[in-house]
Design a protein around this ligand. Structure first.
Ligand code: ATP
Length: 227
């Protein structure tokens, strides 16, 4: 059996001393699209932060893209993040540079050297999200949906083993949310594994997939009907 991209066993998620989620056990396999849902404050962001190394896993077992979360060191975090693509609600693009330069910044920071290879990779990821013709624009010249598509392209640059998307449609109107979701669906069809935190139930109904729910300090899988 192929090793899961992510697994947690009896894991607890804390914010300082407060227990946010306890006894979390789950697997995400290569190629899956998994939703993480739950009301505001139930711990979705804390859960995501633990996965990308922003919060330590203090109790239980966890492995993500080959990294042991319980023994993760500060110095491992940049390497872990290279194997993950993280997408945030507020896009987090650098406003003082163009789309292309936003992506070049990441490639340079992650050790790419060859200019032609960098250009080709940028073209490739922008093409995947339908933004190839806008590489010269500044983020503030783009709509929210376009900015999020650029952020998704940025997440794809280093061919991540897992994409973590924390409320990627949270700042977008319903129509634009669907457009961004179409991009994520397409990427998933091409083999990318995606874990997406959301409270947009309309999207889940439109694009049904495995769904984990945070509630009362627990995470459990729900069947679509009871979402
Ligand atoms: N930096 C922090 N320090 C202490 N407690 C925090 C911190 N961040 C979040 N919390 C608490 O942890 C709990 C879970 O918050 P979290 O942001 O993970 O929830 P969420 O489900 O992602 O909510 P939302 O949908 O509003 O982002 C909340 O009770 C919150 O008050």
């Amino acid at each position: 059996m192929e090793k899961p991209v992510l697994y947690l066993k009896d894991a607890s998620i804390f914010q300082r001393e407060s227990l946010i989620l306890s006894d979390v056990t789950l697997h995400v396999k290569k190629g899956e699209f998994v939703y993480l849902i739950g009301k505001t404050g139930t711990g979705k962001s804390s859960f995501m932060k633990t996965l990308y190394g922003d919060l330590p896993l203090q109790k239980g077992e966890g492995e993500i893209v080959g990294y042991d979360l319980a023994t993760l060191k500060e110095s491992d975090i940049p390497f872990l993040r290279r194997k993950l693509g993280v997408v945030f609600q507020d896009f987090k693009l650098l406003n003082d540079r163009t789309v292309k330069d936003n992506l070049l910044f990441v490639l340079t920071a992650t050790g790419w050297k060859d200019k032609a290879e960098m250009d080709a990779r940028i073209d490739e990821v922008l093409d995947k999200v339908g933004m190839k013709t806008k590489s010269f624009k500044y983020p503030y010249q783009l709509s929210g949906g376009e900015q999020q598509r650029v952020a998704i392209a940025r997440a794809l640059l280093n061919k991540p083993e897992l994409i973590l998307a924390d409320e990627p449609t949270g700042n977008l109107d319903p129509q634009t949310s669907v457009e961004v979701m179409e991009v994520l669906q397409e990427i998933n069809k091409n083999g990318n594994t995606i874990l997406m935190a959301t409270h947009d139930y309309a999207l889940i109904l439109k694009y049904p997939s495995k769904t984990l729910k945070c509630d009362e300090n627990q995470v459990f899988e729900v069947v679509q009907k009871s979402v």
